[in-house]
Design a binder for this molecule. Sequence first.
Ligand SMILES: [Zn+2]
Ligand SMILES: [Zn+2]
Length: 494
Amino acid sequence: MTTRASRQWSRRRFLSGAMATSAFATISTGAGMPREAEARDLDELQRGTQDLPAAVQDRIGARLRLMRVALAQEPADLVITDGTMLDTITGELLPGWGVAIAGERIAAVGDVARHIGPKTTRISARGLTLVPGFVDAHYHCESSRLSARRHAEVTLPQGLTAYFEGTHEITNAARGLPGVEYFVQAGRRLPQKIYPCVSSATPPSPVETTSGHIGYREVALAFERWPEEARGIDEVMDLPRVLDGSARLHGVIQATLDDRRVVAGHGSPPLDVLDGWIAAGVMSSHSARIAEAITMLRKGVHLQLKTERSGDMIRQFLELPLRDWRNVGLAVDDRTAADLLDRGGMDYEIRSAIALGIPPITAYQMGTINNAAHWQVAHLHGVLAPGRYADIVIVSDFDKVVVDRVFANGRLVAANGQLTGPLDASPIHPALRNTVRLSRELRGSDFEIPAPPNRSEVRAYVLPLRQGHEHRLFLLGARVRRRRHRLDGPSRPP
Ligand SMILES: [Zn+2]
Ligand SMILES: [Zn+2]
């Protein structure tokens, strides 16, 4: 339903114009509308929208067609039958429930035989389970070192049909909103939905001057430009600046709250300041520690678990027992392309959550509806129900999360781990090129490590290439080649 053309249109610009018209006044009083509308048939109603922008007419037309298919007045484009459907709202596995699809959306679920016409494509899921496309609540595509398209080639066959991209890395490299725009444009060309969250950490600290500035105005501008994709801001991670009332950071949070969007957080504030952190507007964390996790959950924070670090926390929740997992989701956060290929992405997280003892249906909810609900997109993602995107994963082994086929926007996009066709690349904004800027050329001496006097050997900490989100310092022995000035003691590993 959401065509590329329809996204050109600005809801806000239209509403600000409509405010002055009598049409808006009529709607706002509510007088006469429902009865008049009742009297018209659907085609007439559609003709009555001709004064609306073309993109709005397109969207109304697509929605009315979806409704007709849902009512079995028109045949579906595609139906998937004979399988078992996971209902992520009720937590039930429903044998015999199928899905009927019109265009990009789900028209109906349940017994979908009446939606089959002569031209409807039929797919049998006999012996298989239908689950919603996976939704990652906190992710950095950049950590894969792949472009958005190449990354989609790896992760779509794993069932990842939507992710919330924390843009603070690309945004600092691109000096601001071009980093967000890259992911908006990429997502519009891909069947994988990308929701770039505006960076809350540009610049990452007040002493950094090369990475641009995102404050209240820039965040508000991003929401104005990309209202569908930019659903909030990414990980608020600077706890001291939350608590000391930093003007830039609180401007970013205010712009998000003013627009009724989501303020994602990072970290695990000590319990004595936790209420302040939450009251300041922060709504989630993907890096809670076990000492604070259950209290954070009790106080309304949405937790996104990374399973390889959350074993003890999951055991704590299971022993409690935590009766309502709605506010617990899963996140990959950072993963290299090699690691994605070896282990998997969100499919791996759901599989690991099950292996750690979480009931399988709950684990699927954590990788779908729980994340979608946190980001206020449960009307689009996370559940197989009418009106949602037809993003469907068919699994052959439910508990082991073995992905058989992946549908996105109502089309088969991957089968047996392979894409079914090429994906569209997005143009690279000039601000994303040549982002390493040096004030002068580097010399060999810039990399010399000065040794203490009268030593032929030293031990030095070395920061290797980053793997995932780990910063590990390695202590290496090294021979002193040339004596330099004295070095103060090496810093401790973090
Ligand atoms: Zn983080
Ligand atoms: Zn992150």
